[in-house]
Design a protein around this ligand. Structure first.
Ligand SMILES: Cc1ncc(COP(=O)(O)O)c(C=O)c1O
Length: 395
């Protein structure tokens, strides 16, 4: 291959020097707690498959059946002829479950956030965002060329101050966007307070509940269920299938008018191939599990695992986040230290990737430990013992 330009090599070297260089690793087999990487066995504590549905037999079977009927590829975008009966059924089932008029499928959560923000925002209006929002929400506002201001994390006073400065002299509504459950910290946004701020300031609230849906709330309806807010208060809800749903893809739930609007103006919806119908079939099976007694049981087991872990590490010299969710990060700060803790856990057979800037703010490196309903208490005890050892021998 041709020689790479100096500026590429320099950028790579800079990342290496800062202990921020990233690369993929190859995992053998399915996403389960016991994994194999480089011929070594590990217990994984970093997956987003919070309910352990990603290889559930009902879903594997549904995917196969759906592929037999509809094929593997959709073959076109939704607005050409890639939107088949399977897509329509999933949209209707999700809308019915969540209490929204309509649901629209997107190929990924990243694209759903770009697609919604870039359609609803532009140079004529502002997007107000939590400081810790997911990159895709931030990128959406940048893509839209909108004025963007970020308020202090989950701070209603800070959000109000920024909102009140923006709501005048705009032809379109201000958008206030927040994660429902923050992806790197695991805490929940104050949705009830944000909903009332949006009402007072005539802003539209957009909640990305990628990490809340299916695994938070008694029925799995996520942060909105826990916070007691309604679809009227959250006119735009984004959900993803790549996490607790155990498949891939995403959706936006909204009113009829908003869905019609997105259908005309959301470029990441219009100019892309519709989700694979086989994955849509698997996602419908996943939704059935999430709604069933089995789903409830999995959420209860996940909650028990989280409580078991928090209790077991209470005596360790670590900083946990205020999180009741499957995301239980251990804040480390320094990127090199986070890497060395992650390496040291590997020697005990634990796989937990260090998360470093720019995914988290500078100085915010961490071990993002996540739990699944499939972890056993014994496996969690092994994690805690390994953590104790890694912390005692940290350099
Ligand atoms: C809060 C949040 N929103 C959106 C996304 C993107 O979803 P997807 O992986 O489906 O692109 C992620 C994670 O990847 C996320 O954590």
């Amino acid at each position: 291959m041709s020689i790479s330009p100096d500026w590429v090599l320099e950028a790579l070297e800079e990342r290496r020097k800062q202990a921020l260089f990233r690369h993929t690793v190859i995992m053998e087999g399915a996403q389960v707690p016991s994994i194999e990487i480089d011929k070594n066995a590990y217990l994984a504590f970093c997956s987003n498959d919070y309910l352990g549905l990603s290889n559930h037999p009902n879903m594997v079977k549904a995917m196969h059946e759906s592929a037999l009927t509809y094929g593997v590829g959709s073959g076109a975008s939704h607005l050409v002829n890639g939107h088949n009966r399977e897509h329509q059924s999933l949209e209707e089932e999700l809308a019915d479950w969540l209490g929204y008029d309509r649901v629209m499928l997107f190929s990924t959560g990243y694209m759903a956030n770009l697609g919604v923000i870039a359609a609803f925002a532009g140079k004529d209006n502002a997007v107000v965002q939590d400081k810790l929002n997911h990159a895709s929400l931030i990128d959406g506002a940048q893509l839209a060329g909108a004025k963007m201001r970020r308020y202090l994390h989950s701070d209603l006073m800070s959000a109000q101050k920024i909102l009140s400065g923006f709501t005048k002299d705009q032809t379109k509504s201000t958008i206030l966007a927040t994660d429902g459950i923050f992806s790197m910290d695991g805490d929940r946004a104050p949705l009830a307070g944000l909903a009332s701020l949006c009402k007072q300031n005539s802003a539209l609230l957009l909640v990305d509940d990628a990490h809340g849906l299916a695994c938070c709330g008694k029925t799995g309806r996520g942060s909105m269920e826990i916070e007691g807010v309604t679809p009227d208060e959250v006119p735009l809800l984004v959900g993803t299938f790549g996490k607790a749903f155990g498949t891939a893809g995403a959706f936006v739930a909204c009113s009829h008018d908003f869905a019609d609007y997105l259908t005309q103006f959301s470029r990441p919806y219009i100019y892309t191939t519709a989700m694979s119908p086989a994955i849509v079939g698997a996602t419908r099976a996943s939704l059935n599990i999430i709604k069933s007694d089995e789903g409830l049981m999995l959420r209860q087991k996940l909650a028990a695992n989280i409580a078991y872990f928090r209790q077991a590490v209470s005596a360790l010299p670590i900083e946990l986040c205020e999180s009741e969710t499957a995301i239980q990060p251990i804040l480390v700060g320094d990127s090199e230290l986070a890497l060395s803790l992650s390496e040291s856990l590997k020697t005990s057979g634990i796989w937990c990737t260090a998360i470093r800037p720019p995914t988290v703010p500078k100085g915010g490196a961490r071990l993002r430990i996540t739990f699944s309903a499939q972890h056993s208490f014994d496996q969690i005890s092994h994690l805690v013992n390994s953590l104790t050892l890694a912390l005692a021998t940290r350099t």
